[in-house]
Design a protein. Structure first.
Length: 345
């Protein structure tokens, strides 16, 4: 049996091959087609694709491993012959080296030795429609977080130039508010409108209609605002840019939700029959877990989500027991939101 440890990198990969006699061969390849081709030639020259004589291992960290992982699959290796290793386990095994050496070549050698020992756990990577779903749900989650940051920045700007504005509208980011702030950003610009003009403008924007008392309060607030007068031009430009970004991200999120819904409908998963799990959270849970059969027990699934307890005790001392958070933050978030929905039902 041959063991190939790969320490993946952005531009180069370090490799260590341990043959049946225990000899260690260490070299590097570029992370490009020529580098992959040189690896293919070496594997073929040793006839390692015959009778499953090769076990490959690499850390499932970041995204740099995906290209060489895909290459090895197309080369003819099965998923059983490619061990994706938990970076924490590899680090722990590396620390058994009393000399404390650390380099890309040393890391590749340590991975190959770990494969030879055989005492390792595998990570799983989806290469089918689940990966598509995971990419889109994670992107949507990140865009939603960015949207929250944008809204907080917008509130901070409006609070400085027109602090009374936010008190009048309950939905601070509805169509009416966003459109008003796009065209009129300072209290002076609002005050330049007559009450009749402001009323006609807002009623043309609102589908449900706006209470006349609210329009009157906005009109009076604009004429009696305590908004700051200095730095006004900079704040207007900032607010204009933030509004443009807000509209763009909202459109992108709507687009992603449509694509995610199409993928979820094709899966037809019973997960959505569980109370508290909606289309958004269910899609995120499915995307992160993938094939649930990859988890040998519920305990392993809990650990994958980072919800397992992190014990802190020594002798008579018993510290707090928080969750480890060493797992998918996207899965934890989806489970938390689902639990909160269920609590409110």
């Amino acid at each position: 049996m041959f063991y190939l440890g790969i320490d993946v990198g952005k531009f180069t990969h370090s490799l260590c091959l341990i043959d049946e006699a225990g000899h260690h061969d260490i070299w590097q390849i570029n992370n490009d087609k020529s580098g992959f081709e040189s690896l293919r030639k070496k594997i073929n020259s040793l006839n390692l694709l015959i009778e499953s004589r090769l076990l490959v291992g690499m850390e499932a960290t970041g995204h740099y491993f995906l290209n060489i992982y895909d290459f090895l699959l197309h080369l003819g290796l099965s998923t059983e012959q490619i061990a994706l290793l938990n970076p924490l386990q590899v680090k722990s095994f590396r620390n058994t080296n009393l000399r404390g050496a650390k380099s890309d070549n040393v890391d590749a050698e340590q991975i190959a030795v770990l494969l030879q020992f055989g005492n390792f756990d595998r990570c799983n990577v989806s290469t089918d429609h689940i990966m598509n779903l995971r990419e889109l749900t994670r992107l949507k989650s990140d865009l939603t977080a960015n949207l929250g940051n944008l809204k907080r920045k917008m509130i901070a700007v409006v609070d400085r130039i027109f602090p009374e504005f936010a008190k009048i509208f309950a939905n601070k980011f509805g169509l009416t508010v966003v459109t008003l702030l796009t065209d009129y950003q300072t209290p002076e610009e609002f005050a330049a409108l007559s009450l009749e003009e402001l009323t006609a403008l807002i009623k043309g924007l609102s589908k449900r209609g706006v209470n006349r008392d609210k329009i009157q309060r906005l009109h009076e607030a604009a004429r009696n605002s305590i908004g700051i007068s200095f730095g006004r031009e900079g704040f207007k430009i900032e607010l204009s840019i933030l509004l443009t970004q807000l509209k763009s991200i909202e459109e992108q999120i709507d687009f992603l939700e449509g694509k995610i819904a199409e993928m979820v409908n094709e899966l037809n998963s019973p997960l959505f029959t569980i109370p508290g799990i909606g289309k958004t959270t269910g899609a995120a849970i499915l995307a992160e877990i993938g094939d649930i059969n990859h988890f040998a027990s519920a305990v392993k699934l809990i650990a994958f989500a980072g919800l397992d307890p992190k014990l802190k005790s020594s002798g008579t001392y018993q510290g707090r027991t928080p969750i480890s958070k060493r797992g998918s933050k996207y899965l934890r978030s989806a489970l938390w939101y689902s639990a909160m929905v269920l609590c409110r039902v």
